[in-house]
Design a protein around this ligand. Structure first.
Ligand code: F6R
Length: 241
């Protein structure tokens, strides 16, 4: 694992965006695996800046996102589809027909997951997969478990996640209870993996991911087995390494 030390969140975002930009320049028809969450927001903003300066062209890239809530419409501002449009897709010259997320409105989980695996396979897999890191070591929605799940699958959100999300919805019943996520095999099959980590609250889990045993109890620890992982983390997140 290659660890790149960033001074702070902005520095992390610039460094991560530069790595993604280099990938796009080296291979203009590349497939980018993308993540949502708060950590990559600054990275996307930097990519939008580079696009506005004329330094980046998104017109020939393809994107596949890690995950999406089940049972949520695309226009819901809590959907990951909405997040990606809001933070990146609507601000650059990407071809929307080549941006993919699991279909949250497909009620048949088996069908939704199989179809998403087929899409990822059809586009040729990710040249570069961007990941954030959960406080419990999750990547995508691959939560601590006693197994590593391979392909796209449906996960039950924990009661604490559902309760935490409740503030964004009109009622408890409206809060998604499940999500579709790429599995560990699909993530690990990316040619390159880029992990962005920021903040002192991620320091303990980052240490476990990098230095601890490889275990499904810390799903991101499997990244130790990948040949080309770059972690861009700020000083706060690296404080325990
Ligand atoms: C997002 C995702 C999640 C987040 C993780 C970290 O698509 O799959 O694994 O990357 O929960 O989230 P933040 O960046 O909000 O700390």
């Amino acid at each position: 694992m290659r660890i790149i030390r960033a001074k702070d969140y902005d520095d992390m975002s610039r460094k991560a965006a530069n790595i993604i930009a280099a990938q796009m320049i080296m291979k203009p028809d590349c497939v980018l695996g993308l993540a949502t969450g708060s950590t990559p927001i600054g990275t996307y903003a930097q990519l939008v800046d580079a696009y506005n300066k004329g330094d980046l062209d998104f017109s020939t890239i393809t994107t596949v996102n890690l995950d999406e809530y089940k049972g949520i419409t695309k226009d819901n501002d809590q959907s990951y589809y909405y997040f990606m449009n809001d933070n990146l897709f609507s601000k650059v010259n990407i071809d929307k027909a080549r941006t993919f997320l699991p279909d949250g409105m497909e009620a048949d989980s088996k069908k939704a997951c199989e179809e998403y695996d087929k899409i990822v396979e059809k586009v040729g897999g990710q040249d570069l997969q961007l990941l954030g890191l959960g406080h419990n070591g999750h990547i995508g929605f691959n939560e601590p478990s006693d197994v590593f799940k391979s392909g796209t699958h449906c996960v039950d959100l924990t009661e604490s996640t559902i309760k935490a999300n409740q503030r964004f919805f009109a009622s408890y019943d409206d809060v998604p209870k499940q999500a579709y996520t790429m599995g560990i095999k699909t993530i690990m099959s990316a040619k390159k993996i880029l992990v962005v980590v920021s903040g002192a609250d991620k320091a303990a889990i980052l240490k476990e991911v990098v230095e601890g045993p490889i275990t499904p109890a810390v799903q991101a620890s499997i990244l130790q087995l990948h040949d080309d992982v770059t972690i861009v983390a700020d000083e706060a997140a690296l404080s325990m390494l």
